[in-house]
Design a protein around this ligand. Structure first.
Ligand code: AMP
Length: 292
């Protein structure tokens, strides 16, 4: 595995390589990242992982300064998972002027769900991911369904800018408790981790209703809420049912096998903000998923 910090060396290493799979991350790697890398390893000749704690996607008062960092363990995970190139640029190199030219995704996708409480977040994400895509020129970009809004927005950005990259989405990796793996889980005390798993408990309650035929948004959302309110340490930010590719709000899950709905949630436990989601569809979720 080659570890590079500057774009020039990266360019030299990747010269002539056309079958590149790219996994962008912010480090503090865990099994969710490993699943993306493993899929890329299976599907591409060269696997590139980036680790960059992107200052553009943190708002004032968010956790940029205390965001978990574990460079030694990250390197080891990448090496063991068969990564070819680990790109770890510093902010000075990647965005030398601090505020770069920005990629601004459509506001109807960035001002909903997490965008309501994190203004500018998805512009920061899109800007850096497009910079990285230009440097790496991958054939496939690997993203995790855990960040469902990010998936929808980056698909849209790649399509609108004709970047010619294929976007593939890996299912959310979870602890046995159901808690979605996340770098921010490192903030949680053990007791908080058990309570945080009830976020997925709420989603599962809605999944059960959906499985027995409920398609309307209101009872599905209410099922999540009724579960979550049993745990006063969980402070709900939102629960919403949206069309997964466009993020438009839905009144009900469509019965069309082509439609893909996302039931998305954000909640805080203490200072830690966690997100999760479920895909609801009457089609084959993996097939429907890969089409959008
Ligand atoms: P991050 O380092 O949090 O920016 O995440 C980097 C990539 O890993 C993103 O595409 C995330 O959606 C993905 N990811 C994070 N957590 C998980 C998870 N639990 N399961 C699958 N993918 C994940």
């Amino acid at each position: 595995m080659q570890v590079v910090v500057d774009p020039q060396s990266l360019g030299e290493i990747l010269k002539g390589r056309h079958d590149v799979g790219f996994v962008p991350t912010m480090g503090a790697l865990h099994g969710g990242h490993r699943a993306l890398i493993t899929q890329a390893r299976r599907e591409c000749a060269t696997v590139v992982v980036s680790i960059f704690v992107n200052p553009l996607q943190f708002g004032a008062g968010e956790d940029l300064d205390r965001y978990p960092r574990s460079p030694v363990a990250d390197r080891e995970l990448c090496r063991a998972a068969g990564v070819d190139v680990l790109f770890c640029p510093t902010a000075d190199v990647l965005i030398p002027r601090g505020t770069p030219t920005q990629v601004v995704p459509p506001p109807e996708m960035t001002e909903v769900l997490c965008g309501r409480s994190r203004p500018g977040h998805f512009t920061g994400v899109a800007t850096i991911v497009v910079v990285l895509l230009h440097l790496i020129r991958p054939r496939v970009l690997y993203l995790g369904q855990k960040d469902g809004q990010q998936v929808a927005i980056l698909r849209r950005v790649c399509s609108d800018l004709h970047l010619g990259v294929e976007v593939r989405v890996c299912p959310t990796q979870r602890l046995p408790s159901g808690l979605a793996l996340s770098s921010r889980n490192r903030y949680l005390a053990e007791a908080e981790g058990a309570i945080a798993a009830e976020i997925y408990g709420g989603l599962r309650a809605a999944q059960h209703l959906f499985d027995v035929g409920t398609m309307e948004a209101l009872p599905l959302i209410e099922a999540v809420r009724a579960h979550i309110v049993q745990f006063p340490q969980l402070v709900l930010e939102y629960i919403a049912l949206v069309d997964a590719p466009s993020l438009r709000p839905l009144a009900r899950v469509s019965s069309s096998p082509d439609a893909l709905a996302m039931l998305a949630i954000a909640a805080k436990i203490g200072l830690t903000r966690l997100i999760d989601n479920l895909l609801l569809t009457h089609g084959n979720p993996t097939q429907t998923h890969s089409r959008h």
